[in-house]
Design a protein around this ligand. Structure first.
Ligand code: ARG
Length: 458
């Protein structure tokens, strides 16, 4: 005889190694609160349609709240023989209430139960992530006033390209994290359907009120197809993909700032409390936190891959493979959460090394494109202007000077269209401030964007 809740048709107990192999309590116990939330809604629905009495429903709901209290206080002993969090809670309920407890699982399978639990859990994490991402955006925006006077080189191919206001960089990250927030919100919308009542895979012969549980749990509606919803983990692939992109954004930011902290760049100083030292080299101050943010992105990207591979080739409907979904989703969430717990303070407290930035801002001909566009405004065809400025850059390189160091007659020898107002455009800050298109890195444009972000995030 088997002691299992499902043991009726079994004539021998489960092999001990199999119990260890199949358990998920070691990683799904964090679903306890949403499991209780789902079960209480289910019990209320059962009472609403008359499958249990109002009194039985009250007993079940009260006992479930008590059991959750025990779990939160660490008083529940987890056993692999009870497989997962769902069985632990149900068996604790039956221990307390006997036959009344035995009624809770009426019209329900662990398949629609676990599908509901993960949705509730992921929905909560999406809401928490949205708050964290907004905090990160606010950290970038909080630098706005402080850094608006700084011009930084913009790079392409990691070669100096055109100058931009420093705050243009900060707001670029706000845009990326906004898309991340939008993606999560979109995922939340699509996943917000209630599996309860799909039961094992086919629905139920009982008069379950699926609308009731869906509304009680704040889902938009009950899911329309029981086969689909009990097997659907699309939202976890979407969720972890959105998280992978957050991790990629964090990793790119971390890499940029790691570079900026090198002696070679010297743009940025991290506060001591966000850095670590070396066990042998006394002078070292290493950006380990940023490196780990970059490194941990691997776990998140891997988790999203894990889900795609897990789902690939699964027939309808529930297959036990799906139990592994939680490992990937939780790893992705925990990792991104840990990065988002440290990132905003680093963003807010790192200091731009203005002296160092200014000392080298005139290197690399950041104003060359502005000079070419000046010529275009004088009627010079773009390709001709490009050629002319290329020649002037080569000339300057040979002489070891800047474009702004060339005298008017020297400029006019190569570029006859140049007038003496050219000096209002040459030099990195002038070239930056000559940028006027919407969304550009010119200081006036950036100030406008900053004002909009402040409103948007308030
Ligand atoms: N622990 C299982 C999981 O996470 C719960 C569902 C089990 N269903 C089943 N038919 N064995 O997927």
């Amino acid at each position: 005889m088997s002691q299992k809740a499902w043991g009726g048709r079994f004539s021998e107990p489960t092999d001990a190694q199999v119990e260890l192999f199949t358990e998920s309590i070691s990683f799904d116990s964090r679903l306890a609160a949403v499991d209780v939330e789902g079960s209480q809604a289910h019990a209320r629905m059962l009472a609403h349609v008359g499958l249990i009495t109002a009194d039985e429903c009250e007993q079940i709901c009260t006992a479930l709240t008590e059991i959750l209290g025990e779990i939160r206080r660490g008083e529940m002993e987890y056993k692999s023989s009870l497989e997962d969090i769902h069985m632990h809670i149900e068996s604790a309920l039956i221990r307390r209430l006997g036959d009344v407890g035995r009624k809770l699982h009426t019209g329900r399978s662990r398949n629609d139960q676990v599908a509901t639990d993960i949705r509730l859990y992921i929905r909560n994490t999406i809401d928490a992530l949205d708050v964290q991402l907004k905090e990160l955006q606010l950290a970038f925006v909080s630098r706005g006033e402080r850094d608006i006077g700084v011009i930084l080189p913009g790079y392409t191919h990691l070669q100096r390209a055109q100058p931009v206001n420093a705050v243009h960089y900060w707001l670029a990250y706000c845009e990326k994290f906004q898309r991340d927030r939008d993606r999560l919100a979109d995922c939340r919308k699509r996943m917000n359907q209630c599996p309860l009542g799909a039961a094992a895979l086919a629905g139920s012969t009982l008069p379950l009120d699926r609308q009731f549980t869906a509304s009680a749990l704040h889902f938009t509606s009950p899911a329309a197809n029981s086969l689909d919803i009990s097997s659907d983990r699309d939202y976890l692939a979407e969720f972890t993909s959105a998280l992978a992109l957050i991790a990629v954004h964090l990793s790119g930011w971390a890499e940029e700032w790691i570079l900026w902290c090198t002696t070679e760049f010297g743009f940025l100083k991290l506060p001591d409390k966000y850095t670590t030292g070396s066990s042998i080299m006394p002078q070292k101050k290493n950006p380990d936190v940023l490196e780990l943010i970059r490194g941990k992105s691997a776990r998140v990207i891997a988790a999203s891959q894990q889900l795609f591979v897990l789902m690939k080739g699964l027939p309808m409907a529930y297959n036990r493979d799906l139990q592994e979904d939680k490992l990937a989703a939780f790893t992705a969430y925990d990792t991104v959460n840990s990065c988002l717990l440290v990132a905003p303070s680093i963003v807010a407290h790192a200091v731009l090394n203005r002296e160092r930035i200014n000392a080298r801002i005139e290197e690399g001909f950041l104003d060359a494109t502005a000079l070419m566009e000046y010529l275009i405004k004088q009627g010079v065809p773009m390709r001709t202007g490009h050629e002319i400025v290329g020649k002037l850059v080569a000339e300057c390189e040979g002489r070891g000077c800047r474009l702004a160091d060339l005298k008017l007659n020297e400029l006019q020898q190569v570029a006859p269209a140049v007038k003496d107002d050219i000096y209002a455009v040459l030099g990195a800050s002038k070239a930056a401030n000559a940028l006027v298109t919407y969304g550009s890195g010119g200081t006036e444009c950036v100030k406008e964007q900053l004002a909009q972000w402040i409103v948007r995030l308030s």
